[in-house]
Every structure is written in C-alpha cells, then in structure tokens.
Design a protein around this ligand. Structure first.
Ligand code: CA
Length: 289
C-alpha cells in the first residue's frame, strides 16, 4: 500500500456502542451540541451520538449522503436529489434547493466551508461512471454546478488557511487539490494531490487536521491514510472492517478521530469507530443559509 510503512504512525480505533449501518458515512462533529452526526445512506437515516454516549436517529425518507449542522438551527442534508433541512425537533424534512443532476443519481458526500457554503456531489445509483456532479449551495439558497462527468463525488475539505480545497472523485483514484478563495468560493484549477487505490479499492471521504494533514478513507482497504500537505503518506488508521467510508475529528478538543464503515468483509463492519487522533482536527462548519 505504501513505500513509507516503516515511518508511518499507525492508529487502531475501537467500535463505538451505537447501531451498525448498512452504509455508514459522513461523520460530522457539531461543536454546538457536542455531538457526532453521521448517516446511513440507503437507510435514509441520520444518526447522532451525544457527548454522553446517548444515541438517537431520524429517518428522513430519502437516501442521505451528508449531514451538517445548520446555523439557523437543525441540520442541513445532501439527500435524494438536492439539499434539504431537517428539523431535529419534529423530524420534518423540507427541501432547501434541488440539485438538478442526471437521472438515476443521488446526493453523496458533502461539507461546508468556513463561510457556510454547503458543497456536495452526486453519483449514479448503479455507480455508472460519468454521471456525477459536484455542487455548491450558497447561503442565499442558490445552487451552482461546479464539476460534471464524475464517477462518485466523495470527500471534500479545506486546508487550515482555507486557501486550498481537497476533493475526491473515487473513480479517479486520486485526491485532488484546488486553490480556493474563502471570500468568494472561487475555485482554481483541479490538480492531483495524492494517487491511491486500484480496482475496487478507492478513496472515499476525507478530513483535514490542524497541521494540514489530509486523512483519506480507503474503501475496500480497511484503512485511513494520512498525507502531509505535500501529499506524502505519513500515517495510517487500521480498521477491522474493509469498507472504510469517511472520518471526522470530534470531542471537546477536536482530537478524537471518528471513522464510519459499511457492511461487508471484516469485523464490526458498519460500525462507527473512534480513537485519539494524536492531533486536533479542523472544525466542521454549519450551513449558513
Ligand atoms: Ca462516501
């Protein structure tokens, strides 16, 4: 998997006492409620684990690819064929804006930048290549299509200074990086940051730490790989489950790593895992609209 194995820092997280997911995804730490949210995409379920370890969930009636807190209260979702709001008190789901993509596609991974813009992309329901797009939902409710022709639009994140956006199309077998203007959301040219995977082993979700390290979940690889800002592999997180989907930093000091997995080969497949990360992560930002 790497030529740097001898130098790697290896972490081995343990499963959390919470329900298993068919396709656990999109972990997101909400500092306001000190709780971790994640989704089970095909189940259309949003999970929450609060600081005391109490679990709760909402069934939203749509395949849900990503969940983020919403500045005005409740949650925002990339779900079905667009962006939605979830009232966590009533469980009611209302559409914020459609993301008009190709037929037979659904929303997948997403995240907000520091200014509260919500970025998320799509993939074909049958994983046909070239059907996905990547969108930005601005705080005024406007949706902009940024990339098209994607395989599986997946992880997104920003450097500590917000000057770079990291982005994964899983079928490209790469993490890409783009210059980013945090004031306007303007994107520069998309270029390779790190190449990984082959065949059914693909990069999936990502998270960025406060040192600028990029943590990439490797679907089919049972691992999260950590890259330094130059794109060199510097660490790994080993999971007993093969389908590792995404990761996020949480806890009061943002130094606890949370990892989502999907049902499949290995032990505790579909569990949420956690361990001390050894470094603090960058905070997740709420949707500002
Ligand atoms: Ca994913």
């Amino acid at each position: 998997m790497t030529e740097h194995v001898a130098d790697l820092i290896i972490l081995e997280p343990a499963p959390v006492a919470a329900p298993l997911s068919e396709l656990g995804e999109g972990p997101c730490w909400d500092p306001a409620s000190q709780s971790l949210f994640w989704v089970d995409i095909p189940a259309g379920r949003v999970h929450r684990l609060d600081g005391g370890g109490e679990h709760s969930c909402w069934d939203v009636g749509l395949p849900v690819g990503a969940v983020v807190p919403r500045a005005s209260g409740g949650l925002a979702l990339a779900a079905g064929n667009g962006f939605h709001a979830l009232d966590t008190g009533t469980g009611q789901v209302t559409e914020l804006a459609p993301a008009p993509g190709k037929p037979d596609t659904r929303m997948n991974d997403g995240k907000c930048d520091r200014a509260g813009r919500f970025y998320a992309g799509t993939m074909a329901n049958d994983e046909s290549p070239g059907q996905g797009s990547f969108y930005r939902l601005d705080t005024d409710g406007t949706v902009t299509e940024l990339f098209t022709g994607l395989g599986i639009s997946n992880g997104v994140g920003w450097s500590p200074d917000d000057r770079l956006m990291y982005y994964i199309d899983s079928f490209a077998y790469r993490v890409d990086v783009l210059d980013y203007d945090p004031r306007t959301g303007q994107l520069g040219e998309r270029r390779p940051f790190a190449r990984l995977g082959s065949g059914d082993i693909v990069p999936d979700g990502l998270a960025v730490d406060s040192d600028g390290g990029v943590w990439v979940a490797v679907w089919g690889g049972g691992v999260i790989q950590r890259y330094d800002p130059a794109g060199r592999l510097i660490g790994a997180v080993r999971l007993p489950a093969s389908y590792v989907t995404s990761c996020a930093f949480g806890g009061p000091a943002l130094d606890q790593l949370y990892v989502t997995t999907a049902a499949g080969p290995g032990r505790c497949a579909g569990a949420l895992f956690t361990c001390p990360a050894g470094v603090a992560g960058l905070p997740a930002y709420p949707y500002g609209g």
